[in-house]
Design a protein around this ligand. Structure first.
Ligand code: HEC
Length: 143
């Protein structure tokens, strides 16, 4: 149910963006930053935490994988960016989903925008080309 809410919330995302924020990024820097800031929860190999689809006793979901077995690639660039910058709860609140208890912290005080895009571009670079194309297709078209 909660995962359904996230998917529903994403399709309500607004804002005109070109969807090319991940092009031409520094992938090796993204990989280093991923190892420093994200791997502890999302896994050194982007495999996520065990039983990531089962909420814990407080109703909080474990960290999902960022490889193609997860749902990261189901989201457009803006949602992925805001989830990382603001954290899950605030990113969903901005889309009208209030009070979602998310285990995803916000990194806006630690990482500048370019760092976040480098990390997301690194994550994306690990997906098969077909999956990369599907994810790119979720971004709003050019102005
Ligand atoms: C303290 C553990 C923790 C750390 C560290 C962490 N995450 Fe997360 N992350 C989570 C959890 C738990 C979720 C699932 C959140 C939810 O249900 O709202 C999540 C979800 C996400 C999502 C959205 C869900 C999806 O579909 O993949 C993105 C994007 C994300 N994290 C990116 C990152 C990035 C990038 C970093 C490093 C800068 C990072 N996370 C570090 C725990 C963490």
């Amino acid at each position: 149910m909660k995962r359904f809410l996230i998917v529903a919330a994403c399709s309500a995302a607004t804002g005109a963006i070109a969807g090319h924020e991940m092009d031409g990024r520094d992938l090796s820097k993204g990989q280093t930053l991923y190892a420093e800031h994200c791997a502890s929860c999302h896994g050194a190999n982007l495999e996520g935490q065990p039983d990531w689809q089962t909420p814990d006793e407080n109703g909080i979901l474990p960290a999902p994988p960022h490889d193609e077995s997860g749902h990261t690639w189901h989201h457009d660039n803006r949602l992925l960016f805001e989830y990382t910058q603001l954290g899950g709860e605030a990113a969903l609140a901005a889309r009208g989903v209030d009070g979602f208890a998310s285990g995803m912290p916000g990194f806006g005080d630690i990482l500048i925008d370019d760092d976040i895009w480098d990390i997301l571009a690194y994550i994306k670079s690990t997906w098969p080309e077909r999956v990369q194309e599907i994810q790119a297709g979720r971004n709003p078209p050019h102005d």
